[in-house]
Design a binder for this molecule. Sequence first.
Ligand code: ADP
Ligand code: MG
Length: 243
Amino acid sequence: STHEAPLLEVRNVERRFGALVAVNDVSFTVPAGQVFGIAGPNGSGKSTLFNVMTGIPFGPSGGKVLLEGREIQHLRAHEISRAGIARTFQKDAEFATLSAFENAYAGAVYCAGLSGVQARDEAAKALDDVGLGEERRDKAAGDLTVFERKQLMIASAIAGRPRILLLDEPAAGLTRPEVSALAELIRTVNGRGVTVLLIEHVLPLLLSVSQHLMILNHGSVIASGKPAEVVRDPQVVEAYLGK
Ligand code: ADP
Ligand code: MG
């Protein structure tokens, strides 16, 4: 057969917490090179979906995650990251007392298993890619501005040379001009060949960078398709207005 597996496939994934089904039979595929947007009301299972995909703290309670057709849902977090899936978190996750450079270096070491000169090179390249200038790289991460910390968060994730980057609400706390700068940054990273899954509340950002948009509500996919069409879907409008 000439059929090639998509870069990423999530198949019937489920995560239960006791009686709560936080992620309910979620399926989607992401072709290489895409920016795939994910939205939905608070508590709809978006972060949990990223957690089970990255094995944090463990994989799904049901279903499969396939990377180029290879099952990865049973792998541990560091193995998934070595396989090429990097992520950022909703909460600040940088080491505040380490310098920006050291944070990016830690990303290269942990995510890609690099060391020494190679890790330093990848860290420097990642900081270049996100536009975090030389003069700020020796600053403690905790002393950077809100936007610089976002740049650093993305640099630390891409310093591990991932094929797929999962971003969980990266625009939180940013001003409108900063959101535009973040959109540009996501396009730059994507332009360098990294496939992006983007969870975001800020719809203009999602609409400006995503080629595909999936909406979750109560753990289930209620719409998935072209962003401009999905946001007009009556079920989607109701899920948001109903909050
Ligand atoms: P979102 O990111 O869309 O706001 P989450 O994925 O964080 O939503 O949460 C989905 C649902 O799962 C919520 O009801 C949340 O309270 C619940 N949940 C998330 N993590 C846990 C956990 N570790 N234990 C119990 N319930 C959880
Ligand atoms: Mg969340």
